[in-house]
Design a protein around this ligand. Structure first.
Ligand code: DC
Length: 209
């Protein structure tokens, strides 16, 4: 079974995807991490993520980078969002993601274009969203637990910026696949969101079996 989970930054898609992976015992790939590795690789090498050649060169990152905690930062997210708009970068990462989706026992991937480009044939597709304000508040709380204090307003501006870039780019923009189930987590606890996600996936896969 292949499950595709897409949605904007801080919508809760990563938490939901990890919980689904545990529930269905499927391997999980956070595809945002690949773009974060490319962006961070470029910035660390002194390059400009907006430069297509520098961004493409950044795709040759060492896999050890995927374990670097710095990839979780807002800066890495912003650099990822910029490099991910280059078609050549998306093309360079596509095979790795499709190979993962094609694992014999199935897989779960989360990102922006899983249900539309990487695994359009997925058995179940979720499009996870939450209001920008709720997402900024969640990010704020999460950062406080890491000892970082950034204002909700600053985080809200960053989230809106990232949404604009991810949704308006020409190459594989963030868009809900026509056959994806919408899951708005704005007013749901994590537990409630996960239960709802499981119910949606079960309903989709029951139709097929
Ligand atoms: O999911 P995330 O916040 O870690 O993703 C970081 C950036 O990477 C996101 O702003 C856009 C890009 N991305 C993408 O273009 N396609 C994906 N499948 C995953 C992430």
């Amino acid at each position: 079974m292949i499950i595709a989970v897409d949605g904007p930054a801080a919508s809760g898609k990563g938490t939901i995807a990890r919980a689904l992976a545990a529930h269905y015992d499927l391997p999980y790939l956070d595809t945002g991490l690949l773009y974060r590795a490319v962006g961070t690789n470029v910035v660390r090498g002194g390059g400009d993520p907006a430069d297509p050649d520098a961004a493409l060169a950044g795709c040759a990152f060492d896999d050890l980078l995927l374990r670097d905690a710095a990839l979780r930062s807002e800066q890495a997210g912003a650099a990822a969002s910029i490099v991910s708009a280059h078609p050549a970068v998306r093309a360079a990462l596509i095979e790795r993601q499709r190979d993962f989706a094609a694992r014999p026992g199935g897989a779960i991937l989360d990102g922006r274009d899983i249900g539309t480009v990487i695994a359009p044939h997925a058995d179940a597709k979720l499009f996870v969203r939450a209001s920008p304000t709720v997402r900024a508040q969640r990010r704020h709380a999460e950062m406080l637990t890491m000892g970082q204090s950034v204002s909700v307003d600053t985080l809200l501006a960053e989230i809106r910026d990232r949404d604009r870039r991810d949704c308006t780019r020409d190459a594989a923009p963030l868009v809900q696949a026509p056959d994806a189930d919408l899951l708005d987590t704005s007013f749901l606890s994590i537990d409630a969101a996960v239960q709802r996600a499981i119910a949606l996936v079960d309903a989709r896969t029951a139709v097929r079996t």
